[in-house]
Write a protein that binds this ligand. Sequence first.
Ligand code: ADP
Length: 332
Amino acid sequence: MLRVRGLEVRYGDRVALAGVDLTVDDGEIVSVLGPSGSGKSTLLRAIAGLEVPARGSVAWDGRDLAGIPPHHRHVGMMFQQHALFPHRDVLGNVVFGLRMQRTPPARAEQRAREMLDVVGLAGFEHRNVAELSGGEQQRVALARALAPAPRLLMLDEPLGSLDRPLRERLMIELRELFTGLGLTTVYVTHDHDEAFALADRVAVMRAGRIEQVGTPLEVWQRPATEFVARFLGYNLTEAFGDGRVGIRPDGVHVARAAAASGSGVGGVDGVVVARAFRRDHFLLRVKVADGDPLEIAVTGAPVPAVGDAVHLVADPDAVVRFDEGTPPPQLP
Ligand code: ADP
């Protein structure tokens, strides 16, 4: 089990991590989610031993790892820039880490072939890595990270360079793979869809701190702070007359104003100012009298058009109130 306590990392005067607490149980997949610059990579690097913390600790199974160099931490790392060796073939790339660990050649090759099989690249052993697709290269990098049997696998935006359909397929495949292997995994991303699809728990970071930790459903349905809600795409609004609240885009019922006249108890009127098709829904931008326009996901016909007057009613289950006086919840 990984346990990070009160971790602080500085780059000169800049505080990149400020008192981070995080626990990852054996076999658990935790996604570290946050905007660029929030400290996600720094957290991974500190866990891997590539940054020396100014304060706090990183422990594995109760043993403090301070002073243990990266190559003795049994951590596998995979980055967006996977840095495969272009002059080696696929097998040569996967074998590399094992050879660094002084695994005997025959054993290293056998293990590398097994890992290529695990990531779906059996038969690719002697392909030139430069001739593989982006997705295939990511699989090689993953096989390379898995080959030394790390007790902790850490991935930093591993799908960031891939196109969306491939990413969506790989998210599911990676989750299957990690849970199948029982891997303890920390997965960094700025994409909440990716974090939610992959992780057992999500830790949302903001400016060097963890703002909320919870299951994907908890974080999605009950963002702890305005920051988390905004990051997830909630509307922050006072338009519904009950103080400032967060409302999920899919939690607003939209009716044509004329059809709904008289039925809108607690609702609010607005005008559609933009409409975008999003595969399984339309996203409407609706200007209301009070505050910023609202973004609303609409499924099912009829979908109001730009210029239509509409009446909006919020689903109470999709409304979140924030008590900004209370500090964000942290892990015990
Ligand atoms: P993220 O991975 O969430 O994008 P990082 O961990 O890379 O965030 O960065 C956290 C903060 O630390 C940012 O403000 C970034 O500019 C700063 N930072 C990261 N690496 C360095 C470095 N080598 N030197 C100085 N500042 C850095």
